[in-house]
Ligand binder design. Structure first.
Ligand code: ATP
Ligand code: MG
Length: 474
């Protein structure tokens, strides 16, 4: 196999566009993404300088020129320019230097079309603005966007009751809040309840933004807004901090913000003012910030995914949602709650769940927490035509999951008698550890949580069993 041809075929079949240049920024390889954003074919492009094919760029603004000069990559950079055919386009690009023996030999850029995403994001910002303006005019403040209150948080276990009590106490405060909970534990529910319990804010906007959902530059303009004529070429737009003025801004998966944006967020928290991207002046905003993570915040700080200074500023009020497997008393309460809810929505009259079926619910680990339980009850109720959920109706769901759980970790069967109990227990434990580590893709903290072990104990056990993370987990 000719590897050069193979590599070329792989590059030609990628969705992204690719440009390779030499050290003078002259193009040696060119491939458009599917949307043909650059507006030229590879024959026209090869041999030309990058500034000849992108006439709107200069040596100062071209990522190629900058990377060749600095020898440092520029990752996920958003660019707006006029293409070869005179059309205004936006791309997100990653430009990487090619260094051979310490010398710059050229660079390559991977680029994706963002034109439609940018158009959509501008439309969303515009609509959001209109929505809040019109709700203000009509004084219908409950269009805040938050529908849940503390009454919607179902559960009678000690941890949930204590959490609700603490949350109610801090709802009226303006201090930032940090919420931690695994996926599906009800973070959004809790955050909305906090907003609605704040008398001053409940009739003002509630805006939620997932920080992992968008590339950084786009997120920056969505959060902070953009000023007219700024280098992004964007219009004058308020960001979410301004749109949430008087209300609450919920930043989900806050650790997904890069260090720069985390620093910018810290500044807003400290000074109470925002500066739109490209603007000179600042604007005062009164927004309560609630941030959340689905990994323990302190571990994110240790892994340098959450800035320590931001952590301390956000952590003024800390609320932790326990996973469902740590509050098993709530399982049955939630099952009955969701049966009632679906009886209304689906116009059904299901009375309850059999004892055998409930036993499986009680024993299962619920990695997807309340969301998983809610979906299982709903999908089961859609399929059955009796008035009780029985073991038969849900067995197939758990069979698959318990089978995975017992893989490699089955205790020795009765017909293969155990010769040495210690050895059998040792093997069984090892199997469970490997399985949990496989499921967490080698993430030790996550595996420790699944097994209900402190992180240090997990480390000790990995050592004791000489588990090689790279070899045995893949
Ligand atoms: N205590 C609860 N009582 C009733 N419903 C709940 C409870 N906790 C969660 N839910 C429901 O479970 C689903 C998931 O909750 P939510 O979206 O708030 O979770 P999350 O922690 O934000 O998850 P993710 O991290 O995946 O975004 C929602 O439909 C929510 O209404
Ligand atoms: Mg959520």
């Amino acid at each position: 196999m000719n590897y050069k041809r193979l590599l070329e075929l792989i590059l030609l079949n990628l969705d992204e566009g690719i440009i390779v240049t030499d050290a003078n920024a002259d193009i040696t390889f060119y491939k458009e993404p599917a949307t043909n954003i650059g507006g030229l074919d590879s024959r026209t492009a090869i041999g030309k300088n990058i500034l000849d094919v992108f006439p709107g760029l200069t040596p100062e603004t071209s990522t190629f020129y900058n990377v060749i000069k600095s020898k440092k990559p520029i990752i996920e950079h958003i660019q707006h320019y006029t293409n070869f055919q005179g059309k205004k386009v936006s791309t997100v690009t990653s430009t990487i230097p090619i260094v051979e023996n310490g010398e710059i030999a050229g660079c390559f850029e991977v680029f994706k079309d963002l034109t439609q995403v940018m158009d959509l994001s501008e439309k969303i910002m515009h609509l959001q603005e209109q929505l809040y303006r019109s709700s203000k005019r009509k004084k219908e403040y409950n269009v805040s966007g938050a529908i849940y209150t503390f009454d919607n948080i179902i559960g009678e276990s000690g941890p949930i009751l204590r959490l609700k009590e603490k949350a109610k106490k801090v709802a009226e405060s303006n201090s930032p809040v940090l919420v931690y909970g695994e996926t599906g534990t009800g973070k959004e529910l809790l955050v909305q309840a906090l907003h609605n319990a704040n008398l001053k804010r409940k009739n003002k906007p509630f805006i939620a933004q997932n920080c992992a959902a968008l590339p950084f530059n786009l997120l920056e303009s969505i959060l902070f807004g953009t000023a007219d004529g700024s280098f992004t070429g964007a219009k004058n737009n308020p960001g979410l901090f301004e749109l949430a003025h008087g209300g609450t801004l919920y930043l989900d998966e806050v650790n997904s913000l890069n260090t720069e944006l985390q620093a910018k967020l810290l500044r807003v928290l400290q000074d109470g003012v925002v500066r739109r991207v490209g603007a000179v002046g600042t604007k005062e905003v009164d927004v309560r910030i609630i941030a959340s993570t689905n990994e323990p915040p302190i571990e994110l700080v240790e892994k340098r995914l959450l800035r320590e200074d931001l952590y301390y500023r956000l952590n003024v009020i800390y609320l932790e949602l326990p996973p469902l497997r740590r509050r098993r008393e709530d399982i049955s309460v939630l099952v009955h709650h969701f049966i009632e809810k679906n009886n209304k929505h689906l116009s059904r009259r299901i009375k309850g769940i059999s004892e055998e079926a409930m036993k499986i619910f009680d024993e299962y680990s619920w990695p997807g927490n309340v969301r998983e339980l809610e979906h299982l009850v709903e999908s089961t109720m859609n399929l059955i035509d009796k008035d009780t959920i029985d073991l038969d109706d849900i067995q197939h769901y758990f069979e698959k999951r318990f089978k995975i759980a017992s893989l490699d970790t089955k205790p020795p069967s009765e017909d293969s008698p155990v010769k040495n109990l210690n050895e059998a227990v040792y093997k069984y434990e090892r199997g469970l550890l490997v399985k949990a580590l496989k499921a967490s893709k080698g993430n030790i903290s996550m595996a420790a949580r699944t097994l209900g072990l402190p992180k240090q104990t997990m480390h000790n056990k990995i050592k004791k069993h000489s588990i090689k993370l790279t070899k045995e987990i893949d």
